[in-house]
Design a protein around this ligand. Sequence first.
Ligand code: GLN
Length: 287
Amino acid sequence: MRHEAATPAGLIDEATARLTATLGLEKREARLDARVLAAFAWEVSPAWLIAHDTDALTGAQSARFAALLARRLSGEPIAHITAAREFYGRSFQVSPDVLIPRPETELLVELALARMPAGEAVTVLDLGTGSGCIAITLALERPRARVTAVDRSAAALAIARRNADLLAVRVEFLESDWFAALGARHFDLIVGNPPYVAAADPHLARGDLRFEPLAALAAGADGLEDLRRIIAGAGAHLQPGGTLLLEHGYDQADAVGALLQAAGFEDVRNWPDLSGIARVTGGRLAP
Ligand code: GLN
């Protein structure tokens, strides 16, 4: 029996159609997913896929792609299938124990870097570090800085430590429920992307979020429980004049700003992410 060999172009087209139909993805998103899975399945670069789009694939190559596609069609996030996600231009290991790094969090990194002069030994604390993407990026971009990162989850810290090792950077990692394990330590800058989704938010039951740790996403009835605890505790761990920068939900900028003001922070303001949504709010302790 004559059987036409599968080609990268053919398999990617077919996978794009199935991903669109099954997961309700936009066609562009579905095609990107299909291409990422293909590159991962065949251990090739995205450029290879274009140059070799009509090559004949072996049965084993087709089968490997089909197995990965089945996982994605069942809803599993791409970052869990490839065990990695790019953040600020670097690849981070990801597992179901940590939040998958999100592009909007690069805003928090940029705001932090703007407050970390390159030649100075600034002390920085990252709260709820998860994969470690924020702390590790700051440490890599500012080699003189001394970066500490905490998480309540030992499993998350194991991933963060591995990422720091793979990217060859020194970050101090501590198991801590927000400030609990920090004693009387003070920092020049405190940053965090804490859980901020309301517990009953229907988004928790959709898309990638279903596969991510609830403890990294949900924060009480209004999503502000952890932000409240952090803002209440931060003053005792900031140097005079120190800055607190917090990522939050799309509709929480006013509430977070009010909490910062009530806690005595000055110069309270917020910044929009690339979608134009106020995504980070910060303030400064009096010098
Ligand atoms: N930005 C994430 C989302 O809504 C939530 C991350 C968080 O709670 N810190 O998908």
